[in-house]
Design a protein around this ligand. Structure first.
Ligand code: PMP
Length: 405
C-alpha cells in the first residue's frame, strides 16, 4: 500500500481544522491519537443501523451486534499476533486492564514478603494499582532505575530479580521519553525467576507491530484511543489458562454461568471479565481502527522514525534546548526543556501557533523526580504527521527560545 502522508491526512477530518487561525499541528499523540473517518463512520453506522445489546437477544439486530462485537475480538487478536482471541478482554483502557490484573491476580497471588518489580519510567497507571496491591498483601514494590539517557538499567534489573519477585510490570514504550524497552529480553529475564509479566503496551501499539507470543509475557494491555480508535475501549490480553484461574473483576450479567441464591458460577475468559453491557460501538470501531492501521503499520513506523530523526536534529540545533531521554531505541516522542522557560509556557506559546503538545509530568511523577526535573514539554508524533509539521515546531520553538532568553 502506497504511503503518502498528504493523502493519508485526508482520512483524518480533524487534521484539516484551524487552531487560533493556524493549521492544526497535532503533536500530542501520546495523550490520544486522532481518528480516521472510517472509525467515526463506524460509530455512526452502529448507532444508526445496528444498535442492539450483545450476547442475549434472539432477534436479528442483537445477532448482528454480537457477531460484530466478537469479530472485533478476532481483529484484536490478529493485531496482537495471536491465533486465539480468548485471552482478549475488552476493558475501558490500559488503566482498567492493569487494575484488573492488580485486583484479581494480585489478590490471589501476592503474599507478604513478595516483590513487585516496576521500572522508574512507569506511567501512574502502572504504579498505583501495584502500590495498592502491595499494601493489601504485604508485598513490596521494588523499582528498577533508569539511566540518564532514559533507558531501563538492565544490569540493575538483573540484580533486582530474585525468587521473591512475583510480578514484573513495565511499559513497552515510555510515554514521557519515547524509550522502547527491550521487552523480549526483560520478559525472558523475569521468567528465569518464575515471575509473572505484565507489559503496558499503551504507547507501543500505535507505533510498531506488537507480537504478544514473541514477547512471552502473561498480560498485555493497551488503550483504543491511542491506537486511532475511540475513547472508552481498550484491551487486556492475558494467557487464557491463567485468566481462567483468576477470580472475576466485576460481577453481573454476561459473566455468569448460573446464578442461584445458593451460589453462582462464572464463565471462563474472556466473558468472565466482561460483566454488564460492554462498549459495543467502541469495540467495533476499535476493530475498524486496527484494520485501517495494520496494512500501513510497517510504512508508518519507517515514516515516524524519519520524523523522529528530523525533529531530533532540528531541536538539538536550538540553543538552550535540552532533550530529555535520548535512548537509541525510541518512538517519535521528544521531551525537552528550554533554558529559562517553564514547560507550561512553552506549551501555551506553541498553542498560539496552532501546535498542540503536552507539558508537565505526563503522569510519570516518579520518573521526573528520578531525572531531577519538574516536568517537560513533549511533542509526540503519529504516522500522519509531516516533515512540514516538524519544521513548524522547530521554527516556533526557535522564536520561543529567543523570547525566553
Ligand atoms: N500507560 C501508559 C504508558 C500511558 O501512556 C497511558 C496513557 N497516557 C496509560 C498507561 C493509561 O492509559 P489510559 O488513560 O488510556 O487508560
Amino acid at each position: 500500500m502506497a504511503f503518502d502522508v498528504a493523502t493519508l491526512r485526508q482520512d483524518f477530518p480533524i487534521l484539516g481544522r484551524l487552531v487560533h487561525g493556524r493549521p492544526l499541528t497535532y503533536l500530542d499523540n501520546a495523550a490520544t491519537s486522532q481518528k480516521p473517518q472510517v472509525v467515526i463512520q463506524a460509530l455512526v453506522d452502529y448507532y444508526s443501523k445496528g444498535n442492539a445489546n450483545v450476547h442475549r437477544g434472539v432477534h436479528l439486530l442483537s445477532e448482528e451486534a454480537t457477531q460484530a462485537f466478537e469479530r472485533s475480538r478476532e481483529v484484536v487478536a490478529r493485531f496482537l499476533g495471536l491465533k486465539d482471541s480468548r485471552g482478549c478482554v475488552f476493558v475501558r483502557g490500559a488503566t482498567e486492564g492493569i487494575n484488573l490484573v492488580a485486583e484479581t491476580w494480585g489478590r490471589t497471588h501476592l503474599r507478604a514478603g513478595d516483590e513487585i518489580l516496576l521500572t522508574a519510567l512507569e506511567h501512574h497507571a502502572n504504579i498505583v494499582p501495584w502500590q495498592v496491591a502491595a499494601e493489601r498483601s504485604g508485598a513490596k514494590v521494588v523499582v528498577v532505575p533508569v539511566t540518564p539517557r532514559g533507558e531501563v538499567d538492565l544490569d540493575a534489573f538483573r540484580r533486582l530479580l530474585s525468587p521473591r519477585t512475583k510480578l514484573v510490570a513495565f511499559a513497552h514504550v515510555s510515554n514521557a521519553l519515547g524509550t522502547v524497552n527491550p521487552a523480549v529480553e526483560m520478559t525472558r529475564l523475569a521468567k528465569t525467576v518464575g515471575a509473572t509479566v505484565l507489559i503496558d503496551g499503551c504507547q507501543a501499539a500505535a507505533h510498531f507491530k506488537v507480537d504478544v507470543p514473541a514477547l512471552g509475557c502473561d498480560f498485555y494491555a493497551f488503550s483504543g484511543h491511542k491506537t486511532f480508535g475511540p475513547t472508552g475501549i481498550g484491551v487486556l490480553w492475558g494467557r487464557p489458562e491463567l485468566l481462567d484461574t483468576l477470580p472475576p473483576y466485576q460481577f453481573g450479567g454476561d459473566m455468569i454461568r448460573k446464578v442461584d441464591f445458593e451460589g453462582t458460577t462464572f464463565r471462563e475468559a474472556p466473558e468472565r471479565f466482561e460483566a454488564g453491557t460492554p462498549d459495543i460501538s467502541g469495540a467495533i470501531a476499535l476493530a475498524v481502527a486496527l484494520e485501517y492501521f495494520m496494512p500501513r503499520q510497517a510504512d508508518a513506523h519507517a515514516h515516524e522514525q524519519k520524523l523522529l530523526a528530523a525533529a531530533t536534529e532540528r531541536l538539538r540545533a536550538i540553543k538552550g534546548l535540552r532533550l530529555i531521554g535520548e535512548a537509541p531505541e525510541k518512538v517519535a516522542v521528544l521531551s525537552f526543556l528550554i533554558e529559562g522557560g517553564h514547560p507550561h509556557d512553552i506549551g501555551t506559546l506553541l498553542d498560539a501557533d496552532g501546535i498542540a503538545i503536552r507539558t508537565g509530568h505526563h503522569c510519570c511523577m516518579p520518573l521526573m523526580k528520578h531525572l531531577g526535573i519538574p516536568g517537560t514539554a513533549r511533542a509526540s508524533f503519529a504516522f500522519y504527521n509531516s516533515f512540514e509539521e516538524v519544521d513548524r515546531l522547530a521554527v516556533s520553538l526557535e522564536k520561543i527560545r529567543k523570547m525566553m532568553a
